[in-house]
Design a protein around this ligand. Structure first.
Ligand SMILES: [Zn+2]
Ligand SMILES: [Zn+2]
Length: 189
């Protein structure tokens, strides 16, 4: 039997006997399986009732981008951007026409070109992402990928941003990939 355990912001799969009980890392409290699943559900959810969709966690970008792209090349694979320093908050710049985006870590200032963006950056006129609701410029960034049906190559990608202050979700840029092999772009978000 395997259960998902929430440990300090990371999800871990752990195998153990059916008699094992689960301890939450934050409180040290013993909780039942139902309680744990409720806790996990609360970590990730999208509120669609307002003008903008609002996600409670960075990982909500996956569901958002899948919904956003559902009328076209649907995003079926998702990767959340994570700086080498461990931060998930970035300044995001992109040129949607050129198909290029760069993120800059708000903690350590490391710059990173998203996927194949570096090849197209020199011709770009990038805009800087800003939250439509609270005007923050710090975002969680994630990329949704639409793959070809008969290969692992990427047809299209979507650069999503979630305001790290108020949670508003959006797609800031997207572009055609359409070449192969391109599956390594999944590791360059
Ligand atoms: Zn960093
Ligand atoms: Zn905001």
């Amino acid at each position: 039997m395997s259960l998902v355990v929430f440990l300090g912001g990371q999800y871990h799969i752990t195998a153990h006997s059916s008699r094992a009980r689960i301890v939450t890392a934050t409180s040290g409290q013993l909780v039942g399986r139902a309680g744990l699943i409720r806790t996990l559900a609360l970590q990730m959810s999208i509120d669609t009732t307002g003008k903008w969709w609002v996600g409670s966690a960075p990982e909500d970008l996956e569901e958002y981008l899948a919904a956003y792209s559902s009328d076209g090349y649907e995003s079926s694979v998702f990767r959340l951007a994570l700086c080498t320093c461990g931060s998930v908050q970035f300044k995001l710049e992109a040129d949607d026409n050129e198909g290029t985006a760069r993120r800059t870590c708000t903690a350590c200032r490391m710059e990173h070109f998203i996927c194949d963006s570096e090849d197209y950056w020199s011709d770009a006129e990038p805009e800087t992402w800003q939250c439509v609701e609270c005007h923050s410029s710090s975002a969680n960034v994630g990329v949704g990928f639409a793959l070809y049906a008969d290969s692992s190559d990427i047809k299209w990608l979507y650069v999503g941003a979630r305001c790290s202050t108020c949670g508003v979700l959006g797609c800031f840029a997207g572009w055609k990939v359409g070449y192969g092999p391109s599956n390594d772009l999944l590791n360059r978000v």
